[in-house]
Design a protein around this ligand. Structure first.
Ligand SMILES: [Zn+2]
Length: 426
């Protein structure tokens, strides 16, 4: 079984410069290899293999001696990532691979040879970097990815191989149906009780702060293009670090760069708060259930609806489902996603009557057939759960039969692949 953990790094100024060099080399090779791919495809009508690309590296290093400063396995890992990017494109999981720009792609991967020495991270060609581990590391270290955030914080995502660990089968067989909402973040029904978790309004809390800093930033003199750049959200704007100014792209005046740094910091804080909340919530739900049933939301489609979009993007549902999925998988549970056209709110959870006139603003309603009074979200979570049970082929037993559950897992579980960054031990 593989797990990953993320640690904060505190490199020295010299180490930051060495890292910046390697980030640059890796990005250069990505862009070079990508253009070689497209050229080759155009001329020979076939794509280059990973081994063919790697075979070009020694020649390229003679031509461009500075490329030898980079640890060779970092470049080979880049080729591997490119191969994966193409695979994701061919199999319809992602858009076609794009060229990388300095402003938002500062990461490198070491496929091996990274060691932990006295609670610090020893990295080839860079040396011992001070690290902060929040928990002890178990298992064999596999890939280590080092990245830097726009505000200049360094992190290492460490992939660990725990070997053949017996996945602990939980035997409680609790099936939880979850209705995702804007007012309450989730409403859960597990067969015996319904509970809801309020939506934390992170953005509101951070918004005033953000607006203040953004205003300040737009007041700083600068070209129109850099103003547009900050409007895009600030997360991907030019990297700024107080200590290694030379290694990073800077635009405009010093005052402007400082204002820009403040905006990125607020964005980072917001994103950390969100991740923290989602990890804790998914952990709670995973601990309490073996099977979780959710609606397969078309989040991209919903974001187009401008009235709802801000709240939806902010709530990070996609990330939440990814967290749930891998946490359940680690404990031997499963996440079942049901069709998003399933009328979870409109169906009476008691008699099955479909109340077609239900509108989005109606928070409660009474069934015309059996006169049960329903709270919208509570009713939806019950229906989602029932639908999940139906899909699993378990009939309407309130508590599932474990043996049959296991048989259903393989064919039914929708494998969500959380990004490496999202996959942290929690
Ligand atoms: Zn009814």
């Amino acid at each position: 079984m593989r797990k990953a953990t993320k640690v904060r790094l505190y490199p020295t100024i010299e180490q930051k410069q060495l890292l910046a060099q390697q980030f640059g080399c890796s990005r250069f090779w990505w862009n070079k290899a990508l253009s070689l791919q497209y050229e080759h495809r155009f001329e020979q009508e076939r794509w280059l293999k990973r081994t063919e690309l790697n075979a070009m590296l020694p020649g390229l290093k003679v031509e461009l001696p500075w490329l030898s400063d980079c640890y060779s396995q970092v470049l080979q890992a880049t080729t591997k990532h490119l191969e994966q990017a193409f695979k994701n494109w061919f199999e319809g999981r992602a858009k076609k691979p794009r060229f990388k720009a300095k402003k938002n792609n500062q990461s490198i991967s070491f496929p091996q040879n990274v060691k932990i020495v006295e609670n610090n991270l020893k990295i080839p060609k860079i040396g011992l970097i001070k690290a902060k581990f929040s928990r002890s590391i178990e298992g064999e270290i596999k890939t280590v990815t080092i990245s830097v955030t726009p505000s200049g914080k360094y992190f290492a995502a460490i992939g660990l191989d725990l070997g053949d660990v017996e996945v602990e089968q939980s035997t409680d067989g609790v099936i939880t149906g979850i209705d995702l909402g804007l007012k309450d973040y989730v409403t859960c029904h597990n067969g015996t009780e319904t509970y809801s978790i309020k939506h934390p309004k992170w953005l509101k809390r951070h918004e005033r702060n953000l607006r203040k800093h953004q205003k300040q930033l737009s007041r700083r003199n600068g070209s129109r293009s850099s103003t547009a750049c900050t409007k895009q959200s600030g997360v991907n704007i030019a990297l700024f670090d107080e200590t290694v100014k030379t290694a990073l792209p800077l635009k405009g005046s010093n005052r402007k760069n400082k204002a820009r740094l403040l905006v990125t910091r607020v964005h980072e804080r917001l994103s950390n708060t969100r991740q923290d909340f989602l990890h804790k919530l998914s952990r709670k739900i995973t601990d309490e259930s073996q099977v979780v049933v959710v609606e397969n939301l078309n989040i991209k489609g919903m974001v187009k609806n401008r009235k709802l979009s801000k709240a939806i993007v902010q709530s990070g549902w996609g990330m939440f489902l990814n967290f749930l999925s891998y946490k359940l998988e680690h404990k031997g549970g499963v996440l079942v996603e049901i069709d998003r056209f399933f009328p979870s709110s409109k169906t009476c959870s008691k008699c099955g009557y479909i109340h077609t006139e239900l509108e989005l603003k109606d928070r409660e309603w009474t069934c015309k057939q059996c006169s049960t009074h329903h709270l919208r979200d509570d009713n939806a979570s019950r229906n989602i759960r029932t639908e999940g049970i139906r899909i699993l082929g378990l009939g309407h037993s309130p508590r599932g039969d474990d043996v049959r559950l296991e048989a259903c897992f393989e064919q039914l579980s929708v494998k969500r692949v959380p990004s490496f960054e999202q996959l942290t031990l929690f």
